[in-house]
Write a protein that binds this ligand. Structure first.
Ligand SMILES: [Zn+2]
Length: 302
């Protein structure tokens, strides 16, 4: 394995000194590296195993139930994309700076699908949004997730990858988005019955875990206090992954309680709207990936 002095700047993690895989190896080298010790291996598994658990214990049972609930399927899919995109990004990004750009754009795409899926599920499963919010929430959700958070993150990553404030801006846009996702729950927070208190507690816990994840991500603890000690096990990004798993788990359990079965399934107007929105998100992501990768190839980060 290489030390941080032997890899390009783009591939370095702050305060992580060793455990970098060599560059320019065949793809199967990086796939096989899932079973070897290096500084990304825990990042791969901390999202891959929860993805498998989500599919086996939540997504497949919902799909095979008598009346699958569309908003729940959308949320499960969004979380599965988040976890799998992240897991493969950490596994395959180390081949070259260009591979790094491509795979972390895939990672950001997973985050965008995750963000949209939470908003869509909450929108579809809440009956008490006011009329104005009901007609404006979805277009604004796509604007906030895709325009504000996703596009700005990808743009800075591709066009200004070494800009110091990039991480802070990304975290600020994530925080704004996280708050936006709570709008469909607002009236429940202000007038919750006892019945709903348990479910709201799950939504609140998801937000609390997200805040904790931001600390590990942004402050890069504990590795900043002992560079080199946590290179393989225990640095902040790995702890961030564990917190994100807790966010996802709380969201899935909250959706389980929030979403009632509707007789007309995908034909219900709210579910048509979320289906179309989820489809549009995919189209926007593919277009953005093509645009960003064209630019990245021109930039020649090698
Ligand atoms: Zn990650």
């Amino acid at each position: 394995m290489l030390s941080h002095e032997e890899v390009p700047h783009l591939l370095k993690r702050s305060h992580v000194v060793s455990g970098y895989r060599p560059l320019h190896q065949p793809h199967h080298f990086y796939l096989r590296s899932a079973f070897e010790p290096h500084n990304e291996v825990l990042n791969v598994w901390t999202h891959f195993l929860p993805a498998v658990a989500l599919v086996v214990f939540y997504l497949l049972p919902e799909m095979m139930s008598e009346a699958p609930r569309p908003p729940v399927l959308v949320l499960h899919s969004g979380i599965a994309f988040l976890l799998l995109c992240s897991s493969f990004a950490h596994l395959l990004h180390s081949r070259s700076p260009l591979d790094h750009i491509f795979w972390f754009l895939i990672d950001f795409s997973g985050i965008a699908l995750f963000g949209v899926s939470i908003g869509l599920q909450r929108f579809s499963c809440s009956d008490d949004m006011g009329f104005f919010m009901r007609i404006t929430y979805l277009p604004l959700l796509l604007l906030v997730v895709l325009g504000l958070q996703y596009f700005s993150t990808c743009y800075l990553f591709v066009f200004k990858p070494t800009w110091e404030r990039r991480l802070e801006l990304r975290m600020a846009s994530c925080f704004f988005l996280a708050c936006w996702l709570y709008i469909p729950l607002y009236s429940r927070y202000t007038g919750a019955t006892d019945d709903e208190a348990d479910t709201l507690r799950l939504h609140s816990r998801a937000f609390q875990w997200l805040l904790v994840s931001g600390v590990f991500m942004g402050a890069q603890v504990p590795e900043r206090f002992a560079p080199g000690v946590f290179d393989i096990v225990g640095y902040g990004h790995q702890l961030f992954h564990l917190c994100i798993n807790m966010v996802a788990w709380n969201l899935v359990e909250a959706a389980e309680r929030d979403c009632k079965t509707v007789d007309d399934g995908w034909r219900a107007p709210a579910n048509v709207a979320i289906g179309v929105s989820f489809g549009l998100t995919f189209v926007a992501i593919v277009a953005n990936m093509v645009f960003m990768m064209r630019r990245a190839i021109k930039n020649k980060y090698e």
